[in-house]
Design a protein around this ligand. Structure first.
Ligand SMILES: [Zn+2]
Length: 240
């Protein structure tokens, strides 16, 4: 389902510049001080929607994402792109970009082209904390199921599916790995049943890994990677 997209760093800088400014301010203000306790460990996700999205979808996406990570006891804080990020926030920071229309009530049902529903950016060997989610492809995968449901349930199912794709990408970013598993959320390719079925979760070992990474040394490592990536992107010349 994934993953690595060759991306011109200059273009990448242009795409995420508002978030870069926001996160650099966060860094300068000492967010995520090493003095914080493990109870402060958190995952902060900044959501950036390119097009229309449904509030019902968004509520369900956050809820399902919380249920997926809840065994780790790591909280998730959500911000919308452009929103001021709380300067007391610590832990791992990600900016998730949602491409295409993220509503389930559109008549123009997209056709799946078999491409990935989520992806991450690989620059100089680092998986950057800026995953992309393709709403059009997710809608295409679950289109048959959406056709059987009422409007509100459709939004909820789309939110559930997007949460699972997001969790998949977050694992790649936090663990800095491109590996997949034979079952669960980290399967290389997620089917419609995987995306909207009753339950899809990390395998126990994967859950332990991501929980430990979010709570432990990887938090500082994540910030170092983020800072390095931002610094690298800003050193590049603008697009010609
Ligand atoms: Zn993957």
């Amino acid at each position: 389902m994934i993953d690595f997209i060759g991306l011109r760093i200059a273009e990448f800088s242009r795409l995420i510049f508002p978030e870069i400014q926001c996160l650099m301010k966060l860094e300068r203000r000492g967010c995520g001080s090493p003095r914080r306790s493990p109870h402060d460990a958190a995952l902060t996700v900044v959501l950036r929607f390119d097009h229309a999205y449904s509030r019902a979808m968004l509520g369900e996406m956050k809820g399902e994402f919380h249920r997926i990570l809840s065994p780790t006891a790591v909280g998730t804080r959500w911000f919308m792109s452009g929103e001021k990020v709380n300067p007391t926030v610590g832990g791992v920071l990600l900016v998730a970009r949602f491409r295409g229309v993220c509503r389930a009530d559109r008549i123009d049902v997209p056709v799946s082209d078999g491409g990935p529903s989520g992806s991450t950016h690989l620059v100089n060997g680092e998986i950057l904390p800026f995953p992309d989610i393709d709403c059009e492809r997710v809608r295409a995968i679950i289109a048959a199921r959406l056709g059987m449901e009422g409007p509100m349930q459709c939004q909820r199912l789309l939110g559930r599916a997007l949460a699972r794709v997001l969790a998949h990408e977050v694992y790649h970013v936090v663990l800095q790995t491109s590996s997949h598993g034979p079952r669960g959320i980290m399967k290389a390719s997620l089917t419609a049943e995987d995306l909207v079925g009753a339950t899809l979760r990390f395998e126990p070992e994967q859950l332990a890994q991501i929980g430990a990474a979010l709570k432990g040394e990887a938090m500082d490592g994540g910030r170092r990677r983020l800072t390095a990536a931002l610094g690298e992107s800003l050193r590049q010349p603008p697009p010609q």
